[in-house]
Design a protein around this ligand. Structure first.
Ligand SMILES: *[C@@H]1O[C@H](CO)[C@@H](O)[C@H](O)[C@H]1NC(C)=O
Ligand SMILES: *[C@@H]1O[C@H](CO)[C@@H](O)[C@H](O)[C@H]1NC(C)=O
Ligand SMILES: *[C@@H]1O[C@H](CO)[C@@H](O)[C@H](O)[C@H]1NC(C)=O
Length: 380
């Protein structure tokens, strides 16, 4: 696609994809668990292994049974997003793929009651509780010697990606690896990194971005960030869900990740200094190639771009592209001089106020949201 066409599509594809958060402010079923304690009845942990894949064990974070984790195996912890539950994305895609291919334990967390529709604003404010309860479980597993620290890998989708980052705030030891699958954007653009997934949250943080203009973050959040089919629409999503292609875009991240666990071709991305440079078609087609997903190299850093198929198995292997070094050289780009400010996030949701304290001024929020929905100005 020509860079200018992509730019136009980016502008056209911009949307305010939060639904209507005002509904949540008047809905009596929406609540913020302000005085929530861990363990909490609304944050539950379900342990799966190949042998118990249809009959998981519910864990008690303060009374763990070491035998549940024998023999010793890597532990993958999966976190769903807004409106999710333990069988919702990424669990339904990634859990079977892991259990089919590797000898691992999987813990699927369920915090569905805290992130129900239409309660997005309250859901975001419930995440610190979820993070604390997950940290309590991990701290107990590690401190009691039940699971070695280096075998733990946290994988979070959407709001779950941000939970993974926040969990790090409460852990006694920085986790080995966090994977963020299209970490959620609304209400996470502003504010500090303590609320948002960032590279300081684990020894290695890998991120896949698939709905950069809607529900997911555009800016890099990890040591390594992959942008499949960078742009407003993932291939196949208009056909799959014409009414809401954004939710399909968003869910492509866990689908790609699940397929990356056992892909013979592999999802190979090419490095580029930033998404903006990529957008203008100025990435060198000779730069470093790297494998996205489960088998990503933990020595990597930077942003990588790739194309995928519109259907499973999605992966296209290594890209074949012609040498564009002469064209790119005309623009005198070097990797040092073409970085874009990290804070630059072209999304209308930026004007949503941050909700750090417990006393949300609903009138103020309402004013801002109404103003926002009327807004139809271009992004840049
Ligand atoms: C999972 O269990 C099935 C049968 O119970 C077995 O055939 C398969 O090899 C196991 N997979 C792994 C990865 O251990
Ligand atoms: C758990 O969620 C329910 C709503 O589904 C709520 O009524 C209850 O107070 C919550 N419990 C805690 C401990 O927050
Ligand atoms: C995919 O699975 C097959 C059969 O279980 C195995 O031989 C192969 O090594 C796996 N490939 C990857 C990349 O894990």
């Amino acid at each position: 696609m020509k860079p200018t066409t992509t730019l136009l599509l980016l502008l056209a594809g911009a949307c305010f994809c939060l639904g209507n958060p005002l509904l949540g402010l008047v809905d009596p079923s929406c609540f913020v668990a302000t005085a929530g304690v861990c363990p909490n009845e609304n944050v539950t942990f379900w342990l799966y292994s190949n042998a118990t894949r249809d009959d998981p064990i519910q864990l008690n974070p303060i009374d763990l049974n070491p035998w549940d984790f024998q023999p010793s195996r890597p532990l993958k912890i999966l976190l769903h997003g807004y409106t999710g539950h333990r069988d919702f994305a990424p669990n339904n895609h990634i859990r079977p793929a892991l259990l089919d291919n590797e000898d691992v334990y999987v813990i699927s967390i369920d915090y569905g009651p805290l992130v129900r529709n239409p309660c997005y604003v309250q859901a975001v404010r419930n995440l610190p509780l979820v993070s604390k309860c997950l940290a309590q479980l991990i701290n107990n597993l590690v401190e009691r010697g039940i699971v070695p620290h280096e075998l733990i890998h946290i994988i979070g989708f959407s709001l779950g990606g941000q939970v993974a980052g926040q969990t790090s705030n409460y852990l006694n030891r920085k986790p080995k690896r966090i994977t963020g699958l299209d970490p959620a954007k609304p209400l996470f653009i502003l504010g500090s990194n303590t609320r948002r997934l960032d590279p300081s949250d684990a020894e290695f943080v890998d991120v896949i971005h698939t709905d950069t203009l809607g529900r997911g973050m555009m800016r890099p959040l990890g040591h390594v960030d992959f942008y499949p089919n960078f742009g407003p629409l993932q291939p196949g999503c208009m056909e799959e869900n014409p009414n809401d292609p954004g939710s399909c875009n968003h869910e492509r991240a866990p689908r790609f990740y699940a397929k990356s666990i056992n892909s013979s071709l592999g999802f190979w991305g090419r490095q580029c200094s930033s998404w903006l440079v990529h957008l203008f078609g100025l990435c060198s087609t000779r730069s470093t190639l790297a494998l996205m997903g489960y088998h990503v190299s933990q020595q990597l850093s930077g942003s990588f771009f790739l194309k995928t198929l519109s259907q499973p198995p999605y992966a296209m292997g290594k890209p074949v592209e012609e040498d564009n070094s002469k064209y790119v050289a005309k623009f005198h780009l070097s990797s040092k001089h073409n970085e874009i400010e990290n804070d630059f996030e072209p999304e209308l949701g930026e004007s949503i106020p941050e909700l750090e304290d417990n006393d949300v001024d609903t009138n103020e929020l309402e004013k801002q949201l109404i103003w926002q929905e009327a807004l139809d100005e271009p992004l840049f």
